[in-house]
Design a protein around this ligand. Structure first.
Ligand SMILES: Nc1nc2c(ncn2[C@@H]2O[C@H](COP(=O)(O)OP(=O)(O)O)[C@@H](O)[C@H]2O)c(=O)[nH]1
Ligand SMILES: [Mg+2]
Length: 200
């Protein structure tokens, strides 16, 4: 089965995107499979609303393991199943918590094997010199350019501060296909769905 991997800094909105995108594709409830760095797998059946309440939040590193769900999407007359995997956010510093360090390593190790990388950036976080401000985003971008199957999602476009930053993102990562989205309000999802459909 084809797999889409969601990566980005902590707090960029990866989990919010995963859950609201699942809802956008028609899911009411989801079966989430959690796989931690030791390979321990647990499954939970949750409504999307409960999952958002529990798994999204402003506290950094709420997501510490891989969280996958199987979704289906209509492509023409066919319905195609694919796996959407949310990950532990990656940042530059060596985190004090071993579980988070290993969660980050788990994210990076999965990059090689997936069919599409969805790289999420928080548009409200971007400064003038974004590649120096966020070297990890630059690394994801460079890797994505080599891999080709890569989409850059500029999230939190609903926030006033985000609007002006879209061009900064485009200037910093000029070769990427960028879609402005609001994971919170399901904005830009039609465009994301079209790109995902081409990759699965
Ligand atoms: N305004 C706004 N807030 C968002 C958006 N997406 C996520 N957030 C908020 O950003 C915080 C982090 O979201 P989360 O999905 O947990 O980030 P993750 O660490 O990348 O998984 C939460 O407080 C979300 O409510 C968005 O599109 N707009
Ligand atoms: Mg998360």
């Amino acid at each position: 089965m084809r797999e889409c991997l969601i990566v980005g800094r902590p707090n960029s909105g990866k989990t919010m995107f995963a859950l609201n995108f699942a809802g956008y594709l028609g899911a009411k409830n989801i079966d989430l499979t959690f796989r931690n760095y030791e390979g321990i797998i647990t499954c939970r059946h949750l409504s999307i609303e409960d999952a958002k309440r529990e798994l999204c939040g402003y506290t950094l590193h709420k997501t510490r393991s891989l969280q996958s769900m199987i979704l289906n999407m209509k492509v023409g007359k066919a319905t195609i199943n694919f796996k959407l995997t949310d990950t532990c956010g990656v940042s530059e510093k060596i985190h004090a918590d071993e579980a988070i360090r290993k969660g980050m390593a788990q994210t990076i190790s999965l990059l090689r094997s997936v069919d599409l990388i969805l790289h999420i950036v928080d548009l409200s976080f971007i400064s003038q010199d974004f590649s120096n401000q966020s070297p990890i985003d630059l690394e994801f971008y460079k890797y994505g350019m080599v891999r080709k199957s890569y989409l850059l999602l500029g999230n939190k476009y609903d926030l006033h501060s985000a609007k002006a930053n879209l061009s900064r993102l485009a200037n910093t990562f000029p070769k990427a296909t960028i879609i402005p989205i609001s994971a919170l309000y399901n904005q830009g999802f039609r465009e994301v769905k079209a790109c995902v459909a081409r990759s699965i």
